[in-house]
Write a protein that binds this ligand. Structure first.
Ligand code: BG6
Length: 291
């Protein structure tokens, strides 16, 4: 559907407007009572969310490339049905097929909690429904149904990039009691750290069996980003640090300090096993406060 067709079917003047962005990609711009948000239909990719009076909460790289079939650097990529490289076929794309696929927009609605966009995608053997609510909180719910005739398993993640004052000055709490896989040292399984996480080097850690709720404390901007979850057993924390960031054309040496990924997912040992016909629903809810 073109932006004009989407506007006539789903648009809400001044609240949800569709536009054709670079290279023909379609985006929805959302705004209500001082809150703004943005979502690309490619990947059902949230690229911005800023509650009224707050700084941006979601980081999108100033060098992000908006091209059909290429993952957008930043925002909230939807990772499905595998996390990282494909387990057996190196020719398959990193982080699965959902983040570069064109999703179908099924509904747009307003309620007291915010402006909701409902999207769907049907990759092989599954039916995905994704509900994005832009409001005073950003709530993301991904429902996966196994449409095949046998049991199936998958990995998934809502790969949120958060905007922060300085990655070397934030503290992440809620992961203290969880063991983690350190992807920077050959997927080594490490015991729980027993203390909140502060980043001082390249970090790529998959925390397993994490409790609901993690907090990014950002004293530089005098705020906390609070992430509440349900049916999400894994949390992934990632920042490439300057050397790797410089090698990524869509990030660059100057962008890494202002971001940290704290991702909600079910990956590795926490992958989801679903009987035929069953549905699994994972949710993440993001809010900001002064701490
Ligand atoms: C993280 C992974 O979730 O995503 C990292 O744990 C990866 O290993 C990062 O480098 C970014 O991935 P991509 O494919 O968007 O460059």
């Amino acid at each position: 559907m073109s932006a004009a067709e989407l506007n006539s079917k789903f648009g809400l003047a001044g609240v949800v407007e569709f536009a054709e962005a670079e290279h023909g990609l379609i985006k929805a711009a959302v705004s209500r009572a001082g809150m703004t948000g943005e979502l690309y239909l490619q990947g059902a990719h949230v690229t911005a969310w800023q509650p009224a009076g707050a700084r941006p909460v979601i980081f999108t790289s100033s060098r992000a490339v908006f091209v059909p079939g290429k993952a957008i650097r930043g925002g909230v990529p939807v990772i499905f049905p595998w996390f990282g490289p494909h387990p057996t076929d190196p020719a398959q794309p990193q982080h699965g097929v959902a983040r570069t696929a064109e999703w179908e927009l099924d509904a747009v609605e307003q309620s007291a909690e915010g402006v909701a966009l409902e999207l769907s995608l049907s990759p092989d053997g599954f039916a995905l429904r994704y509900r994005v609510v832009f409001g005073e909180e950003l709530r993301l719910t991904l429902a996966v149904r196994n449409t095949s005739s046998s049991a199936a398993s998958f990995e998934e993640a809502l790969h949120s990039y958060f905007a922060i004052s300085d990655v070397e000055r934030v503290t992440i709490s809620g992961l203290e009691d969880s063991s983690f896989i350190d992807k920077t040292v050959g997927m080594q399984l490490c015991p729980p750290a027993g203390a909140p996480l502060m980043l001082s080097k390249e970090t790529d850690q998959v925390y397993l069996n994490t409790p609901d709720g993690r907090v990014v404390h950002d004293p530089g901007w005098g705020r906390r980003i609070v992430v509440s979850t349900s049916a999400a057993a894994s949390t992934i924390v990632w920042n490439p640090w300057p050397e790797k960031a410089a090698a990524m054309a869509d990030l660059g040496a100057d962008n890494w300090r202002g971001m940290v990924c704290v991702e909600t997912g079910n990956v590795a040992d926490n992958r989801v096993h679903l009987p035929s016909g069953a549905t699994h629903e994972m949710m993440t809810r993001i809010t900001v406060d002064a701490g």
